[in-house]
Design a protein around this ligand. Sequence first.
Ligand code: SAH
Length: 352
Amino acid sequence: MDEHYAGIINEISGSKQISLSQLEYILTNEVSSNDEYLFETARAVAAEYFDRQVYLRGLIEFTNYCKNDCYYCGIRCSNSNADRYRLSEEEILSCCDLGDRLGFKTFVLQGGEDPYFTDDILCRIIERIRSEHPSCAITLSIGEKSYESYKSFYEAGADRYLLRHETANEEHYNRLHPGAMSPENRKRCLYELKEIGFQVGCGIMVGSPYQTIRHIYDDLIFMQELKPHMIGIGPFIAHKDTPFKTEPDGDVRRTLLLLSVIRLLFPKVLLPATTALGTADVMGREKGILAGANVLMPNLSPVNVRGKYLLYDGKICTGEEAAECNMCLRRRVERIGYRVTDGRGDHPDFAS
Ligand code: SAH
């Protein structure tokens, strides 16, 4: 490990600021033995607030219908090969019951932007989860909505909202999405969600087509401005039925380096080692935790639909039962010397 590298990492960690040239230096540095210093520093920062604890969030993929047509995503509306499904209210509720039995304290309802799920339907589902599982957090990940819709979800009992901004750069955004979507609207959503009182998560895909280091730098600056409670990043992985089918997958090492950089800039953030990272590398989720991540999102969806919620090719855990995913992840966490905690895992500034 060289002194110069360590000096830069310590400077970022101390100031919680990063310059474009520092980011370039970290991401283009070819001495991989240096990486370990960054990972170690990020782990130490995470340990200050979270000890060696990992939070589990049970992910319920409740619909793969989507009205959007994002070029990277396997459930985009133009993909006529996608086998569409939506879970019923009762099915969603029984996923939560199972999650509760498995010890999860957060349920994440994720889906495409499916017009079938009106605000009324969603609010009823949220209210039922809230009353049947009063000690659990409810996280939504259902895309761009109006202020009024977000407000009604919050009042129905939702606590958190995940909406990756995907890229802060307008030109890059427009190369990943059709004209009907805009970066302004996505950012508007994030700021409104925060204003309403949600704990909010933004994020990006690492190695999305046309992404440059400059874009990633702009993403970090955007994050510093938004001050999210959660940040979701994972490698881009091509899906065979999308316009990006021949694009190269995002780089695992770069994803890990960025997890660490994010941990240094946002010591208290809730940071998942994502399923995409676990798909790109069999040990990806462990490596993510060892780079400073502190959240895992086991799949709670019914097994009969898992193979249909495919945002990218090769997704892991599509054949397992929720109980197996739960045990597997707990074992993986313990094997690297961390432990799964049974707290709700709110942002430290948010603890109620
Ligand atoms: N419809 C919701 C949920 C989107 S899916 C929303 O708009 O927020 C959650 C995330 O999966 C997306 O934000 C995107 O960053 C990621 N994703 C989609 N396609 C992907 C791919 N091909 N590779 C890796 N991640 C992908």
